[in-house]
Unconditional design. Structure first.
Length: 82
């Protein structure tokens, strides 16, 4: 597998698994953004990329994924900030 494709696949997997945290689209966007930013920064750091760029891309992807999911599709419970 090409080295440049590995982080994208890992980010997509994390996005699909974790974007459903929360009950409202705003909650899911916030939690997805935070999880995506952490995952993106970590993947970028491990692969020699810029962690800030990875965090920005991961955060945007996570927020978008969280905002477009439904609460009934994936529900991991009440967010810790509520």
């Amino acid at each position: 597998m090409p080295r440049s494709l590995t982080p994208a696949i890992a980010l997509l997997g994390a996005l699909l698994l974790l974007t459903g945290c929360g009950r409202t689209p705003g909650d899911r966007a916030a939690s997805g953004g935070l999880i995506g930013a952490a995952g993106g920064a970590g993947i970028a750091a491990l692969t020699g990329g810029a962690p800030l760029v990875g965090a920005a891309i991961g955060g945007a992807a996570g927020a978008l994924g969280g905002a477009v999911t439904t609460g009934s599709g994936i529900n991991l419970g009440r967010p810790i900030w509520r």
